[in-house]
Design a protein around this ligand. Structure first.
Ligand code: UDP
Ligand code: MG
Length: 323
């Protein structure tokens, strides 16, 4: 027997979002009111915020039975937040949204309609222009997509946002991927399913600051490469081989030269340069291997992706009413 109403879970990873949250909650409540033909669950993930984020979420949970929350024991990162959300969401459909409203929550209406009418498993957003981002960030993002497009067999959509609405089947497939080093954009693509991409112009944050500085973004970009491509390892082996070949030719050349012209000690500066260069290349590729090894090391340890400090079920029971 078919259920009367579908349920959509909205996952919102939050890290120091005290300024954005009230605006977000107001907006998503409006969306829910408009979509009165579905049930909603708002699952806020407090990722170790140091401001009033948790108490704001708690105040919503007290008065609104649709609001649930998971509060981490410390900051585990957005990836961990999204995973916790997906693991704990109970909806037939699950959406992931940022609290800063760079992508409008109202898009859920269109996304749900598209899944219903056009038979997709997922509707996701991508952007051609990040108004909010610096030229440097835009440039590196562009280079990264070109690079990953060449070295990974998992397709990455340039400008893909984390904002998406998925069917339960797809969520379950994502949860099957229990890796510790998570790169969700790659995971979403890896699991497949029919995804419709909608182009959207991302706006500015409604409040607060971006939590990703250049260093964090660089780490994230590296994560994407290490998680979805082993090409750097192949490149290291290939360049190693190439150097062996060059060395072999050089040795033959030097032996022949010595036999013909005698042994004159010359060219030590160039020799020193060659030694420095080759040891640099060796160390670089040792580093590349080390990066893969360190990821493997962390996977083998099987550490938890996140640790929960409290949820809405730990709260005092209170009379709840829906807004
Ligand atoms: N976020 C999080 N944990 C973190 C960093 C960010 O849960 O360690 C959340 C943040 O609160 C926001 C979303 O992830 O809801 C996206 O972060 P942000 O807007 O700062 O990133 P940007 O849009 O600049 O890439
Ligand atoms: Mg943002």
């Amino acid at each position: 027997m078919k259920k009367a109403k579908d349920k959509i879970s909205i996952i919102v990873p939050c890290y120091n979002e005290e300024e954005s949250l009230p605006i977000f909650y107001k907006e998503i409540s409006k969306v829910a009111k408009e979509m009165n033909y579905v049930d909603f669950e708002f699952l806020f993930i407090n990722d170790g915020s140091k401001d009033r984020t948790l108490s704001i979420i708690k105040s919503y949970a007290k008065k609104d039975s649709r609001v649930r929350f998971i509060s981490f024991s410390r900051n585990f990162g957005k990836e961990a937040g999204m995973y916790a959300g997906l693991e704990n969401a109970t909806g037939d459909y699950v959406a992931i949204m940022d609290a800063d409203m760079q992508d409008p929550p109202t898009m859920v209406i269109q996304m749900y309609k598209t899944i219903q009418e056009e038979g997709y498993d997922c509707v996701a957003l991508y952007t051609k222009s990040h108004r909010d981002y610096s030229l440097l960030r835009k440039f590196f993002t562009k280079c990264w997509y070109i690079l990953i497009g060449k070295i990974s067999s998992t397709k990455q959509i340039p400008g893909a946002r984390d904002f998406r609405l998925m069917k339960r089947k797809m969520v379950d497939a994502i949860l099957e991927m229990k890796e510790y080093n998570r790169y969700s954009k790659g995971i979403f693509s890896f699991v497949g399913f029919n995804t419709k991409w909608i182009d959207i112009e991302t706006g500015d944050r409604v409040a607060g600051k971006s939590k990703f500085n250049f260093f964090k973004l660089f780490k994230y970009a590296l994560e994407g490469i290490l998680a979805f491509s082993t090409t750097p390892l192949v490149v290291s082996a290939f360049i190693g081989l190439l150097f062996c070949l060059v060395a072999f030719i050089a040795i033959v050349f030097i032996i022949c030269k010595t036999l013909i012209f005698g042994d004159a000690v010359s060219g030590w500066p160039s020799l020193a340069c060659i030694i420095i260069f080759t040891s640099g290349v060796q160390l670089f590729f040792l580093g590349v291997m080390g990066m893969y090894l360190s990821k493997t090391y962390l996977e083998v340890k099987k550490r938890p992706i996140y640790i929960v400090r409290e949820t809405e079920t730990d709260e005092e029971p209170a009379t709840k009413e829906e807004n």
